[in-house]
Design a protein around this ligand. Structure first.
Ligand code: HAM
Length: 421
């Protein structure tokens, strides 16, 4: 077949899917323990949702969105991120009226037409949270502590938190003015993208990775620009994080590539990953709910890149812990035993004991080899003699020990033996 998957997309095969389920399971568990509830929103949205939230001059909206006109001539996009969709759902479903303060989490695919490279895909998955309805510095702290807690629960280490504050809307516009003023004489030294950014999105010049742009912004100081209340909020967040044992670095050049941020912005980077080292990122967006037509509500969230977290886990952990086989593999000799074995499978499965049987008419030896390969916990051996006597052998595949069990009491016997282990 000549049809291949699209560039920048991935097939997640069973050998790795267990690891994905592990990350998803731990994430749901941690989010629930912090009081977050799941929300699921559509993958397609009106394009203007992202133009108005992420920002029409951002790289994401300008260069990376999969947008199309549908049969009804509606301008639609595959979501490039989920914060905008969650805020849309919050407003549309009047969650401010019914729930007031909400804590939500989500998992799912996002789409950005970026140049694919290691850790950068065109379809990728995010796991994220959004808390809407509070401006508290304690909520900022909770979001960061939660993310740190999640990464630790996943067994990760060696990552670091970089944080910064863009201040309120007024502070942010002051920062923009300072940058424009300070950079006006060195525009010609900037890279082509940053020359355009100077007019459209000057903040992004601060986190451009090119040497010339880094040099141009190096001596610019935006220290002391924050108003008193933003400065105090940012300092009090740092105190709360310290007293909770979360390590972080204040990075004044961190601005993030989406327009909706004000106040706290942060990124988690993991050195092991190379160029695409941000495994998670987020921040406050206190004006987005009202900008999209809802009430004035403080809000904050983050999203982690699932593919990057999986890559880190693959670098640091063995897959064996995650990929478990069925509990019982039924090995049979002869047609009658196969039929009886097939009936037994149904009983075991109804009792929540995962089980399987051969479907390729393999020899006895090959069935045993296969049971070993798929990491079955036990093998139930059935032949004519066993059918006659009503007793069969259950072999423990880990230690090789064997036990005789009754075919009439198979479910109870298997349960008893498994519980003992
Ligand atoms: P973002 O920084 O654009 O923020 O994406 C968050 C994370 O998604 C990144 O740190 C990275 O791990 C992953 N990611 C982004 N693009 C790709 C890609 N092309 N391939 C693989 N992974 C990728 C947001 O999306 C915001 N909505 C986060 C947020 C939530 N802010 C507030 N609430």
């Amino acid at each position: 077949m000549n049809i291949k998957r699209l560039k920048g997309t991935q097939d997640i095969l069973p050998a790795e899917a267990g690891l994905w389920q592990f990350v998803e399971r731990i994430s749901s568990k941690v989010f629930s323990s912090y009081g977050y509830k799941e929300i699921r929103t559509p993958i397609i949205e009106e394009t203007r949702l992202f133009t108005r939230s992420v920002g029409k001059e951002t790289d994401i909206v300008k260069k990376q969105m999969y947008s199309f006109l549908d049969q009804g001539n509606r301008d639609i996009s595959l979501r490039p991120e989920e914060t905008a969709s969650v805020v849309r759902a919050y407003i549309e479903n009047r969650l401010d009226n019914t729930e007031g303060f909400v804590k939500l989490y989500y998992m799912g695919p996002m789409f950005r037409s970026e140049r694919p490279q290691a850790g950068r895909y065109r379809q990728f998955n995010q796991i994220g949270v959004e808390a809407i309805g509070s401006c508290s510095a304690y909520l900022d702290a909770e979001i960061i502590i939660l993310l740190d807690n999640l990464l630790k629960e996943l067994g990760l280490s060696g990552y670091s938190f970089n944080i910064n504050s863009l201040g309120c809307k007024k502070d942010k516009s002051n920062i923009i003015n300072i940058l424009k003023k300070e950079l006006q004489d060195s525009i010609s030294e900037l890279c082509d993208d940053c020359k355009v950014r100077y007019d459209t999105n000057v903040l992004r010049i601060l986190d451009c990775k090119r040497d010339d742009c880094k040099k141009a912004v190096k001596s610019i100081s935006i220290k002391g620009v924050l108003c008193q209340s933003c400065e105090e909020g940012f300092l009090s967040l740092q105190e709360i994080l310290k007293s909770n044992g979360v390590e972080f670095t204040v990075m004044p050049t961190l601005v993030r590539g989406l327009d909706y941020y004000t106040g706290l912005v942060f990124e988690v980077s993991a050195g092991l990953l190379g160029a695409q080292d941000a495994i998670a990122a987020g921040g406050r967006y206190d004006n987005l709910v009202s900008d999209l037509g809802g009430p004035k509500q403080g809000a904050i969230g983050f999203a982690l890149g699932l593919e990057r977290v999986i890559q880190l886990l693959l670098n640091t952990k063995t897959l064996a812990v995650v990929n478990e086989g069925v509990s019982v593999f039924v090995v049979t000799m002869g047609e009658q035993a196969y039929q009886a074995g097939f009936d037994i499978l149904y009983k075991l499965r109804c009792a929540d004991i995962s089980s399987d049987i051969d479907y390729q008419q393999k020899s006895l030896k090959a069935q045993m080899r296969y049971a070993d390969k798929i990491k079955a916990g036990y093998v139930l051996m059935l032949g004519d003699d066993e059918l006659k006597s009503g007793q069969a052998i259950l072999k423990n595949m880990k230690d090789g020990s064997q036990l005789e069990i009754g075919l009439d009491s198979i479910v109870e016997d298997v349960k008893r033996i498994k519980d003992k282990v």
